[in-house]
Design a protein around this ligand. Sequence first.
Ligand SMILES: [Zn+2]
Ligand SMILES: [Zn+2]
Length: 333
Amino acid sequence: MNNITFFFGKPASGKSTIIDLIKIEKPDVKVIDVFSYIEKFLEKDGYILEENTRKAYTTLFEDLNNTYKENDVIIELGTNHINIVSEELEKIFPKYRITIFLCETSIETCRKRENGRSRTMNQTAFEIRLNRDFPNSHIICLKDKNLPYRILNMENELNFNLNIVLNYLNMTEEKHIRPTWDEYFMEVCHAVAKRATCDRGLSGCVIAKDKQILVTGYVGSPKGLPHCDEVGHQMKTMTHEDGHQTQHCVRTAHAEQNAIVQAAKLGVSIDGATVYCKMTPCAVCAKMIINSGIKKVICEKRYHAGSESEEMFRQVGIELNFFDEEVEKYEKQ
Ligand SMILES: [Zn+2]
Ligand SMILES: [Zn+2]
């Protein structure tokens, strides 16, 4: 689902006329009948209590997230309880491209249209809704929640500009969603990692504090020495206490080490900072991270031999988080 379009308006203000015209132009659009959500809560005079409105709209917006997530959706709403509707809207707004149209029509015109209809609603309910403060109260609520709206002049039902509405519906590009700070720094790690010179790790690392990048590093040979991708890896086999062996390339300094070294070279304090890296830092990097004053480690994945580092971080109270609990895989690990 890309688009959810809402039409707000007084009763008989012309909402269904617009929707009928859109259905002709865009037959794939799913029109949701709000009445089916609220009817079971309606009082005798057609009024709906505030707490029931919330129940109805919570269910409606849940269905948008679950049942209708593949469709472009149009929803027609009255002028009831805009405070509740806008609160629910605010919750789903970050996920979808939402457009809200306020159909502005004078009371006299609404009354005239209603009288011309064959099936009319309860007269009292109609008058109550007709006399609500609209669109001003709606504009205040929507502005308050930073929700996007357009006012449509529907005084002349047959002469309004359908293209304005269709132009909005035709904008189908995916909504841009800003990454979180953690996602942003991890994304920078990926860019940094492209400079790595040992393809066993291809790791990049970012050290940041107060939402700012301090230094970066990638896995690579010390300056002036040959790279793995020129002369091959320099493999060492490590035999552990229980007899099992692991393979390591020792030609390079790790991304985390290079970032800490860059801080030393430039004279940047990384005390209290957060380190972002591809997987759980190895035991040597972990020791350097501890001593440099870093307080938080965020890894994209787990390192198969990361338990020693995890234990050290736990003991000294460094927070360790993983984007993904999966273990990073590479050859001969
Ligand atoms: Zn290597
Ligand atoms: Zn390391």
